[in-house]
Design a protein around this ligand. Structure first.
Ligand SMILES: *Cc1c(COP(=O)(O)O)cnc(C)c1O
Length: 362
């Protein structure tokens, strides 16, 4: 069998071997159609079945209420940064954002192009090493919504619980932790996520939204940017990213076969515990970046006391078959992304490598 890397890439990221193998088996002749899924009409019954199954698996696995639409879009989460305010931030209202790091900063920047925004809480003074106390969140009186980034991929922080926003719609960018743990979808007006971290390959963006959020979009924005266009056409207004949707479907079936999202969370906790424990028991050789109470199950960020050693760590790790352990260029240090598809075996190997590296350099 092919040798697989210990893949800790931040995104696009590891996919389960079983999913890749099934994709390979079905690649040339999908369901005896005599063609690959990439070669068939997105109006064909075979494709439509795949498309609808992705939505129904998402609904089942995440417990999405019937009153929510599930859209399969393109343009990544970055396009959602703009679509959210274009559709949901009318004049006279304020888009409120909790600033937790790099991605929430990008989200608010886009909203500033369209309307009034407010920072409802921020941990910038602590270099974004934690999620702000939920009690510190201040909603403006005329808030259109509160936007949160459930997991900050670059800093490695994650909400442990979500704020109660009363009548104000809560919107969540869950690009880097969707399906990694159970979430009460009904507390959100909208959840969106690019698929390429936890749900499949790049190319498809999932939007889960209460019907009232997506069925009355402003008429004066481009057709493709209106949620209503996609909601009313089952995300088949134009050509969908059919191959990405198909692979996301295989990934969802894989999650289901693992027992569902609650079981996946348990596995994720076991995986990350190995690595966080190695950091905590290193006597200060490794230092976790995130505050203990805000630690992410998806992106483990840490440092070693000199940049020299960090460079050496990356170099040696690569020689040992590890990929993707260099921190994001904006924060430096080291980062291990442990998304759903990263196997326990990779995490065990990393914990062992870290202990060994410390022994040799501590
Ligand atoms: C990766 C990421 C994005 C950007 O996603 P694209 O699909 O590349 O636009 C946005 N938000 C978060 C939290 C991310 O991790």
């Amino acid at each position: 069998m092919t040798k697989r890397a210990y893949n800790f890439n931040a995104g696009p990221a590891a996919l389960p071997l079983e999913v890749l193998q099934q994709g390979q088996e079905e690649f040339i002749n999908f369901l005896d159609s005599g063609m690959s899924i990439m070669e068939m009409s997105h109006r064909s019954p075979i494709y439509e079945q795949v498309h609808n199954e992705v939505q129904s698996l998402l609904r089942e696995l995440m417990g999405i209420p019937d009153s929510y639409k599930i859209l399969l879009l393109q343009g990544g989460a970055s396009t959602q940064f703009a679509m959210v305010p274009m559709n949901l931030l009318p004049a006279g209202k304020v888009g409120a954002y909790v600033m937790t790091g790099s991605w929430s900063e990008k989200a608010i920047k886009e909203a500033q192009l369209f309307g009034e925004t407010a920072v409802a809480a921020s941990s910038e003074a602590d270099k974004f090493n934690r999620i702000p106390d939920l009690s510190a969140i201040k909603l403006p009186d005329n808030a259109a919504y509160l936007h949160v980034t459930s997991n900050e991929t670059i800093e490695g922080t994650q909400y442990q619980t979500f704020p109660d926003t009363g009548d104000v719609t809560l919107i969540g960018d869950m690009s880097s932790d969707i399906m990694s743990r159970p979430v009460d979808v009904s507390r959100f007006g909208m959840i969106y996520a690019g698929a390429q971290k936890n749900l499949g390959p790049s190319g498809v963006t999932i939007v889960i939204a209460r019907e009232d959020m997506v069925l009355a979009s402003p008429k004066n924005i481009p057709t493709m940017m209106r949620y209503e266009t996609h909601a009313k056409n089952n995300s088949l207004y134009n050509t969908p990213p059919s191959f990405s949707v198909y692979l996301a479907g295989l990934m969802l079936k894989w999650v289901k076969a693992k027992g569902g999202v609650a079981d996946i969370e348990k596995i994720n906790r076991d995986k990350t515990r190995l690595i966080y424990d190695t950091i905590d028991q290193s006597g200060g050789f490794y230092r976790g970046f995130a505050d203990q109470g805000s630690r992410s199950l998806m992106n483990i960020t840490f440092r070693i006391h000199t940049e020299e050693l960090e460079k050496q760590f990356v170099k040696e790790s690569e020689a040992h078959g590890f990929v993707g352990l260099k921190g994001h260029r904006s924060v430096g240090g080291l980062r291990a992304s442990t998304y759903n598809a990263v196997p326990m075996e990779s995490c065990k190997a990393l914990a062992d490598f870290m202990a060994d590296f410390q022994k040799r350099n501590g």
